[in-house]
Ligand binder design. Structure first.
Ligand SMILES: NC(=O)c1ccc[n+]([C@@H]2O[C@H](COP(=O)([O-])OP(=O)(O)OC[C@H]3O[C@@H](n4cnc5c(N)ncnc54)[C@H](OP(=O)(O)O)[C@@H]3O)[C@@H](O)[C@H]2O)c1
Length: 331
């Protein structure tokens, strides 16, 4: 009994402190949350989620499914069929037999897969209202070239995103032709690249490092939304920073140290981390509150104070490089 009492003395105070810190952080985060946004379109909308099988993407699928009470076509593109089927099984169901919730298998680090998946989705969904791009990975390896000659991390964080947007463009345009929403959100690291871009080595074939890959992918996404917006007025293009979110990003990395550290860090830092659903609510608020043009959003779903826009020359050279690398040639 004495031993139990003694151990409780060591366990209870830190737990209590942790709960108070957690509740305080939750309160502060609640105060910062954007106003809840009501979304109830008259026609069934279509949302495509690339990377919707886990983490922030999964939370964005679930949030959207619940908001629309299942009355929206939902397409999850990703690698993990079992996870997608489990998510789809738990979404509210529509009474309309034409509304579908489906999974399309695709490892997005390969541009050929991206082109094939795009065509599959387009053949069933000529109109797309929301394209949500969240596929991502944590890697401690250096340049990890696919057989297509791209670094896998840059392929997932940038090239595949550009290729999906470009490939789905006819369906996004169709949505706004019918006066519906036509919006794209890429969740990565808006503004975090601090404008770093090496115009002499786009794709970092010669000058790769992990930190350059991270900053360049962020800057490429900033430039990507600007250039798409200038070419497609009426559509909305968003690059967002999600904040520090409690997901499996670390534990699913290719480093065994991070695989072990991930759950421990998630536990220890949990009061300071956003739950995926809260992040998803903020990201959707960002999507619903911004219409037309290009936007770089903070983790609150609000416009960044100092977005990076780059020069016309940077945007156009990156565009030409990416079009050639991805091989996507829709209008
Ligand atoms: N969590 C954070 O604190 C944080 C902070 C800043 C930025 N971000 C960025 O936010 C995005 C989402 O992060 P997260 O925390 O939600 O990560 P996560 O929980 O690890 O989820 C990543 C998702 O991407 C998918 N994915 C990865 N590689 C893929 C590939 N080659 N093909 C298809 N799907 C692939 C995963 O699919 P599988 O199920 O097949 O693995 C999973 O669905 C990432 O781009 C990340 O860099 C996150």
């Amino acid at each position: 009994m004495q031993v139990v009492k003694k151990s409780l003395r060591f366990v209870v105070p830190p737990l209590a402190v942790g709960m108070v810190i957690g509740a305080t952080c939750d309160f502060i985060m609640d105060c910062n949350d954007p106003e809840p946004v009501h979304y109830s379109p008259q026609l069934a909308s279509t949302a495509v989620f690339v990377g919707g099988t886990a983490g922030i993407g999964r939370a964005m699928v679930e949030n959207f499914g619940n908001r629309t009470l299942g009355n929206a076509n939902i397409v999850i593109i990703g690698r993990n069929r079992a996870a997608a089927e489990e998510i789809i099984a738990q979404l509210p169901k529509s009474k309309d037999p034409n509304v579908k919730h489906e999974f399309v298998q695709c490892d997005v680090s390969r541009m050929k897969n991206v082109r094939d998946a795009t065509q599959q989705v387009l053949s069933r969904h000529p109109k797309i209202n929301f394209l949500v791009l969240t596929a991502g990975l944590m890697s401690t390896k250096g340049r990890n070239e696919t057989e297509e000659g791209l670094d896998a991390k840059l392929a997932v964080h940038y090239y595949s995103r550009w290729a999906f947007i470009k490939g789905f463009m006819p369906a996004l345009e169709k949505a706004i032709e019918g006066k519906e929403d036509g919006k794209v959100i890429s969740v990565l690291a808006a503004g975090e690249g601090q404008g770093r871009i090496d115009m002499t080595d786009l794709g970092l074939a010669r000058t790769f490092s992990l930190s350059r890959a991270a900053s360049h992918a962020a800057t490429y996404n900033d430039l990507m939304v600007d250039e798409f917006a200038s070419r497609h007025p009426g559509l909305t293009f968003i690059h967002a920073y999600p904040g520090f979110v409690r997901t499996n990003l670390l534990s699913s990395s290719d480093s065994s140290a991070l695989q072990i550290a991930g759950p421990v860090l998630n536990y220890l830092l949990s009061p300071l981390m956003l739950r995926p659903n809260r992040c998803a609510t903020r990201m959707w608020a960002g999507v619903f509150n911004h219409t037309g043009g290009a936007h770089q959003l903070s983790s609150l779903g609000r416009g960044l104070e100092t977005p990076f826009h780059g020069t016309l020359d940077q945007r156009q050279k990156l565009w030409a490089h990416t079009a050639q690398i991805t091989g996507v040639t829709s209008k």
